[in-house]
Design a protein around this ligand. Structure first.
Ligand code: THU
Length: 143
């Protein structure tokens, strides 16, 4: 992937691969996410549930934390999300509200508005993060 270009098929493929690593013994709903950066880096995550159910982490959150840990805090250009019960993909999965906010933090650090690619069995929906989270609160809001 060259600078600032998005290869949707590769990104969705990476998300699908990450989904296979989901730890979702409670909901059985497996999700994978893949983050694409302008330098060509792809970083993936899958949901990581917890016996204390409310502490479970979504795939997008795991991927965002991994990106930060690997030093990618700018240049987020696209995010693919895919999932389904038992890893069977049917309907699209869009980032939950908490993940929208977490992705916004990562995006805001580089001033990008990443394309969110939600792929199901019958359709792919693409939208900008700013559409999913308008008037977002972010680093700049703190003054
Ligand atoms: N989940 C994600 O990983 N990402 C989303 O955007 C939606 C929901 C996970 C959380 C939980 O482990 C399972 O899907 C069912 O909600």
């Amino acid at each position: 992937m060259s600078a600032a270009s998005i290869d949707p098929a590769a990104l969705v493929g990476a998300a699908r691969g990450a989904m296979a690593q989901a730890y979702a013994p409670y909901s059985k709903f497996q999700v994978g996410a893949a983050l694409a950066f302008a330098d060509g880096t792809l970083i993936t995550g899958s949901n990581f549930e917890n016996a204390s159910y409310g502490l479970s982490l979504c795939a997008e959150t795991v991927a965002a934390a991994s990106a930060s840990q690997q030093g990618h805090r700018g240049g987020l250009i696209a995010v693919a999300v895919i999932g389904g019960p038992g890893g069977i993909v049917d309907a699209i999965v869009t980032p939950c509200g908490r993940c929208r906010q977490i992705l916004h933090e990562l995006a805001a650090l580089g001033g990008t508005d990443p394309l969110i690619i939600a792929t199901g069995a019958h359709e792919t929906v693409e939208m900008r993060l700013s559409t999913l989270l308008p008037l977002a609160f972010g680093p700049a809001s703190l003054g």
